[in-house]
Design a protein. Structure first.
Length: 363
């Protein structure tokens, strides 16, 4: 099967990593993957680093004629069987390009968002031409349907997010050595974009209430805005815990570093359809604390495979952290339960056949 993957964003985020990982897995299964992206230095540099051949297109707006013509040419020349887009903004371009190419490919939209956003009525007839919408969570599907009841329900499928198998590396830097963290000190890790909307401020506010406890915290990821770490350091200084809060920055080896955590933290304030960082912790058997305002309850059962807390509630987050700091057996038990749930339900062993079933028209 020849599969055309279209990267949606100008920056590298969860959707872009999802596409790259999926492309690698599809190639390993013997399929040909063609990559198209927006003409963005951030995205193109990551694809070059991954050794991928790709075609950048402007995608300047929903009816960008240049992008439509060029994408049609790529579909026609490659003989693509599937065009997988990952943003509703690209639906008109993809459908019109496929029509120009002779309607030769199945057009699949993977919906990564959790916003209740109605499609532009002017483009509804183009959305109806989609062969399938794949939602990364049931919550994402519910949000879409609540705003777009006109779209055929039989063209909607939920395939939960997944991530590639984890291969431990002996060369990974030790966070405990880097930051002089004692073996008996619980290591807390946040991984992702370090920003207020991801609950990073609430993590510091929660730990301020636990200043008498033993812990160390490492943020893995780039800060948005760039000086956001200074705001967090100010909060930590006021709480007297700044010497226990560390900023690693962006790392292409984030999953390797996350495996060193005793507790994973992901208290996002915004509603997320499916947080990859949560299942990255689960895959490693690390107990997670996350919020209950998005798709998280679909794969995190409170007090079974992790702890769920309310967003914007540092006191509740502090209570959850304190529970895991003091009850080592509980956090290990939930970490192992989370790992088992991931392996049984969310691993690539289940994910790739589900996606291929959608691509082939069997789902």
């Amino acid at each position: 099967m020849k599969i055309l993957q279209v990267f949606p964003g100008k920056v590298w985020g969860g959707a872009e990593q999802y596409i790259l990982d999926l492309g690698n897995a599809l190639e390993n299964h013997g399929h040909e993957v063609i990559y198209v992206c927006r003409d963005s230095g951030t995205v193109t540099s990551r694809l070059r680093a991954a050794g991928k051949r790709f075609t950048p297109l402007p995608f300047s707006w929903s009816l960008d004629r240049k992008s439509i013509r060029q994408l049609a040419e790529i579909i026609r020349n490659s003989g693509a069987d599937v065009v997988n887009i990952h943003s509703t903004r690209m639906v008109p371009v993809a459908i019109l390009a496929n029509r120009l190419a002779g309607n030769s490919a199945r057009v699949i939209l993977t919906h990564h968002e959790a916003h209740r956003t109605p499609a532009n009525p002017f483009f509804r007839h183009l959305f109806r031409k989609l062969d399938r919408i794949v939602f990364v969570s049931g919550m994402s599907r519910k949000c879409w349907h609540s705003a777009n009841k006109w779209f055929p329900d039989e063209k909607c499928t939920v395939v939960h997010n997944s991530i590639p198998p984890f291969v431990p590396s002996a060369d990974t830097e030790s966070l405990r050595e880097k930051y002089s963290i004692a073996p008996e000190t619980p290591l807390l890790i946040f991984s992702g974009r370090v920003r207020e909307s991801k609950g990073c401020g609430d993590i510091i506010r929660a730990l301020a209430m636990l200043a008498d406890r033993k812990f160390a915290l490492v943020f893995i990821g780039s800060c948005h805005p760039q000086d956001y770490s200074q705001r967090l350091k100010t909060l930590a200084t006021e709480a007297g815990i700044v010497d226990r809060v560390h900023f690693y920055g962006f790392s292409a080896e984030a999953r390797q570093l996350m495996s060193q955590a005793d507790i994973g933290l992901s208290p996002s304030i915004v509603r997320d359809s499916f947080l990859l960082s949560n299942i990255e912790f689960q895959q490693n058997g690390v107990c997670i604390i996350t919020t209950d305002n998005g798709g998280q309850p679909e794969y995190v059962t409170d007090r079974v495979t992790g702890l769920l807390v309310s967003p914007r509630n540092p006191a509740q987050l502090a209570e959850a952290i304190d529970l895991l700091l003091t009850d080592v057996a509980l956090r290990k038990r939930m970490g192992e339960a989370g790992k088992k749930y991931f392996n049984d339900n969310l691993s690539y062993k289940q994910f790739i056949p589900r996606i291929l079933s959608v691509y082939s028209g069997m789902a």
